[in-house]
Ligand binder design. Structure first.
Ligand code: DX5
Ligand code: ZN
Length: 227
């Protein structure tokens, strides 16, 4: 069950004036996936961008686009993001986003994309236990969604560990991705708990040397022995 640790830079922290260059630069720096945050101003207060910008990111990228939908009623826009080039479509589990989580995840699969489910810090694992078999990725938010640059919530560590144990008990092996406040100092603990994909915005795009930033996160996470 061991698999390599993956690093997914979040373009929310990139320079939007040079988005294509930024995507190419983090890929050269060793990014495994490109994390793309869609914020609609309703599920979360901020608005980021929509399918047209995802299409532009796709033109610059060679790595999979890991698209995180922080939106109300993702079912209304799944197809647009799929057509824009999303490879993974991750939907929030909370009823404030979708009221029919099981159906939405099935729709992602029908669109030929990899489904993922996202849980906010206050959302219990019980909310996703009956959809776990439908997903390739479970994203555990390690900050409250909506903004980059927030502080990692260490109280999410037992949740990540329980999720990994639940998956093992069920014979399932989704990627466990963590998002929010991740940096070289936090990565060891989340990997130890069971995460295998690290999203990082500020900790990569906020640094002058992206390759060094990616390497440092990968090094600190890989020391854990699990990977
Ligand atoms: C937060 C977003 C994150 C964000 C992470 O709502 O889902 O993907 O970009 O940014 P950092 O790594 O700066 O916390
Ligand atoms: Zn995100």
């Amino acid at each position: 069950m061991s698999r390599p640790l993956l690093i997914a830079p979040s373009v929310l922290a990139a320079d939007f004036g040079h988005l294509a260059d930024e995507v190419r630069a983090v890929e050269r720096a060793g990014a495994d996936w490109i994390h793309v945050d869609i914020m609609d101003g309703r599920f979360v207060p901020e608005i980021s961008f929509g399918p047209a910008v995802v299409r532009a990111i796709k033109r610059a990228a060679t790595r999979p686009l890991n698209v995180h939908l922080m939106v109300v009623e993702p079912e209304r826009s799944l197809q647009a993001y799929a057509e824009a080039g999303a490879d993974h479509l991750l939907v929030q589990a909370e009823p404030g986003s979708t009221v029919h989580l099981h159906r939405v995840l099935s729709q992602v699969r029908e669109l030929g994309k990899r489904p993922g489910v996202v849980i906010d810090p206050a959302t219990p694992l019980a909310w996703i236990e009956h959809v776990l078999h439908l997903v390739d990725i479970v994203l555990v938010m390690t900050v409250n969604p909506g903004f980059g640059g927030q502080k990692f919530l260490p109280e999410m560590l037992p949740k990540i560990a329980s999720l990994r144990a639940l998956c093992e008990e069920r014979g399932l092996n989704p990627h466990i991705e963590v998002d929010g406040g991740q940096d070289p100092a936090t990565v060891a603990s989340v990997v130890q708990a069971g995460a295998d994909v690290i999203v990082a915005g500020t900790a990569i795009f906020g640094k002058a040397d992206y390759a060094e930033a990616v390497d440092q996160i990968r090094r600190n996470g890989t020391k854990q022995g699990r990977y």
